[in-house]
Design a protein around this ligand. Structure first.
Ligand code: CAA
Length: 270
C-alpha cells in the first residue's frame, strides 16, 4: 500500500509497447512486459529497454533503476521465433546484440528483481545489472546449447567470472537450469526472498543507495566494473584518480561536514 507522500512522488514515465515504466521518488522501475512469450527479448523490446534505461540515466530525479519482469518470467531468453531463420550474414548485418551494449554503458546502478525464468538472454540481462535480488521461484540458466547455439549476450564471459571455469562450463555445456538458492550460494545473486516481498526488497535497496551522493555512486560503479577490464595496477590507479576527483564535488564537502557535525548528509549530486 502506498502512503499519501509516495503517491505524490509517483509519476508515470514514457509509454512503451513491451515495457512498463514508473518513477517513485528517486527510483525508476522498468518492467519487461511481453508475458504471452515469457518476456522473450525481441529486437523491439530490447530497443525500448535501451531507450528507457538511457532516458532514466539522463533524468536527474532518478538515482537508481530497478529492472524486473513478471512473476512467471523475468525473461526466457532472446526471441527464438525472431531468429530461427536467420543466417550468419543476416545476423552480422542486423547485429541485434549491439543494442545490448547501450545497457552496458548505463551509469546509474541497476538492480535486477528476478522472479521465475531468467534463461539465456534473460540470465545475461540479469548479469548486466549491478545487483540481483531473486525470489525463491527464480530459475536461472544458459540453455542455448539445447537449441544448437551458445550464449551470445555475455553468458560465457560474465557467468565464468562469477562461477569460475568449472561450474560455468557445466552450466553452459549442459544447459541445465539452476535455482535462486544455487545462484546465491555461487555469488550470482545478492539475496533470495519470498516472491511477495521481492519488489519491497528491491525498493529498500534502491532507497538506501539513492540517499548517497550520485557522483560517488556513479564512480564507484565504474570502478567496480573496471575489474573486468583492467589489471590490478590499472584498476588501482583508476580508483585512486576517481577518489581524488570527488574532492572537487559539493557532495564530498557536505558528506564529510555532515559526519563531523554528527548529522545526516544531504547530497545534491553536485
Ligand atoms: N523465444 C520465443 N518464445 C518463447 C521463448 C523464447 N526464448 N520462451 C518461451 N517462449 C514462448 C513459447 O513459445 C510459448 O509460446 P506459445 O504459447 O505461442 O507456444 C510461450 O512463450 C510459453 O512458453 P512454454 O509453453 O514453452 O512454457 P513452459 O512453461 O512449458 O516452458 C520454458 C517454459 C522452460 C522457459 C520454455 O518456454 C523454454 O525453454 N523457453 C526457451 C528458453 C531458451 O532456450 N532460451 C534461450 C534463448 S536463445 C538466447 O537467449 C540467445 C542469447 O544468448 C542472446
Amino acid at each position: 500500500m502506498t502512503t499519501k507522500l509516495e503517491e505524490k512522488e509517483m509519476t508515470t514515465a514514457t509509454t512503451y509497447k513491451n515495457l512498463r515504466t514508473e518513477v517513485t521518488g528517486a527510483t525508476a522501475v522498468v518492467t519487461l512486459n511481453r508475458p504471452q512469450v515469457l518476456n522473450a527479448l525481441n529486437t523491439e523490446l530490447m530497443t525500448e529497454l535501451a531507450d528507457a534505461l538511457q532516458n532514466f540515466d539522463r533524468d536527474e530525479q532518478v538515482r537508481v533503476i530497478i529492472l524486473t519482469g513478471g512473476e512467471r518470467a523475468f525473461a526466457a531468453g532472446a526471441d527464438i521465433k525472431e531468429m530461427a531463420d536467420e543466417s550468419t550474414v543476416s545476423m552480422m548485418l542486423r547485429d541485434n546484440l549491439a543494442i545490448w551494449d547501450k545497457i552496458r554503458f548505463i551509469k546509474k546502478p541497476i538492480i535486477a528483481a528476478i522472479s521465475g525464468f531468467a534463461l539465456g538472454g534473460g540470465c545475461e540481462l540479469a548479469m548486466m545489472c549491478d545487483m540481483i535480488i531473486a525470489s525463491e521461484t527464480a530459475q536461472f540458466g544458459q540453455p542455448e546449447i539445447n537449441i544448437g547455439v551458445i550464449p551470445g549476450a555475455g553468458g560465457t564471459q560474465r557467468l565464468t567470472r562469477v562461477f569460475g571455469k568449472y561450474r560455468a562450463m557445466e552450466i553452459i555445456l549442459s544447459g541445465r537450469p539452476f535455482s535462486a538458492k544455487e545462484a546465491c550460494e555461487l555469488g550470482l545473486v545478492n539475496r533470495v526472498v519470498p516472491v511477495e516481498v521481492l519488489m519491497d526488497e528491491a525498493h529498500a535497496l534502491a532507497a538506501e543507495i539513492a540517499k548517497k551522493s550520485p557522483l560517488a555512486v556513479r564512480l564507484a560503479k565504474e570502478a567496480v566494473l573496471k575489474t573486468y577490464e583492467m589489471t590490478l595496477n590499472e584498476g588501482l590507479q583508476f580508483e585512486r584518480k576517481s577518489f581524488y576527483m570527488l574532492f572537487d564535488s559539493k557532495d564530498q564537502k557536505e558528506g564529510m561536514k555532515a559526519f563531523l557535525e554528527k548529522r545526516p548528509a544531504n547530497f545534491t549530486g553536485r
